[in-house]
Design a binder for this molecule. Structure first.
Ligand code: SF4
Length: 201
């Protein structure tokens, strides 16, 4: 007996494309709650974030919702920038994070898998004509690989904006409930400040 196409619910991201394309109208989308989003106040301004429900690993729609909220707050408060912390990979939430941004900063780690993942997200950004800059985190854990990543950037015409060293000050700041930027000078914090200056130039 032949069986027709079947939706694997754990892989479905709820994008709705199949319902839109099905010539027989055989697929119906239903609204479900995949997570909740919040606006929190921080020392650095408003922070819009979300918590996904159990087994709701992917939700481009939730990312889009968060972005709309952040953009509305930025307009109301006349802020110059909205910074989006995108997820790893190249799935639906990454595309929802990338679409329409002025610039994407790829932060990778000095390993073969780091370079591989960076390559994939750079190709995704190129597909949407988004300018990309790249920084290496904990570069001193593998300096040779960091050089290889820098060479890769040169070869692709990607601006290399910084090398963040491994720095215990990051963990100390996080354990104290702060970020490394608000914790005075430190090798990692100073490099992140330099990267920010290069990003907004
Ligand atoms: S909603 Fe999107 S991810 Fe889910 S089955 Fe349809 S096309 Fe695939």
């Amino acid at each position: 007996m032949k069986s027709g196409p079947r939706v694997e619910r754990f892989f479905c991201e709820g994008c709705g494309l199949c319902a839109r394309l099905c010539p027989y109208g055989a697929i119906r989308m239903e609204e479900t709650v995949s997570g909740e989003w919040f606006v929190s106040g921080t020392r650095r301004g408003s922070f819009v974030h979300a918590r996904l429900g159990v087994a709701q690993g992917n939700s481009g729609r939730l990312v889009a919702q968060i972005r709309r909220a952040a953009e509305r707050i930025a307009e109301e408060e006349k802020l110059e920038y909205v910074v989006i912390d995108g997820p790893p990979g190249i799935g639906c939430p990454v595309i929802a994070s990338l679409s329409g941004v002025d610039c994407a900063l790829v932060v990778t780690e000095p390993s073969l898998s780091g370079l591989h993942d960076a390559r994939r997200v750079i190709e995704t950004a190129a597909h949407f004509a988004i300018p990309v800059k790249l920084a290496v985190n904990k570069y001193d854990l593998n300096p040779e690989m960091s050089v290889e990543i820098e060479d890769f950037c040169r070869g692709k015409g990607i601006q290399f904006v910084g090398r963040i060293p491994f720095d215990p000050a990051v963990v100390e700041a996080l354990s104290a409930g702060r970020n490394v930027i608000d914790s005075g000078n430190s090798p990692a914090g100073d490099e992140i400040r330099k990267i920010w200056e290069l990003l907004i130039r």
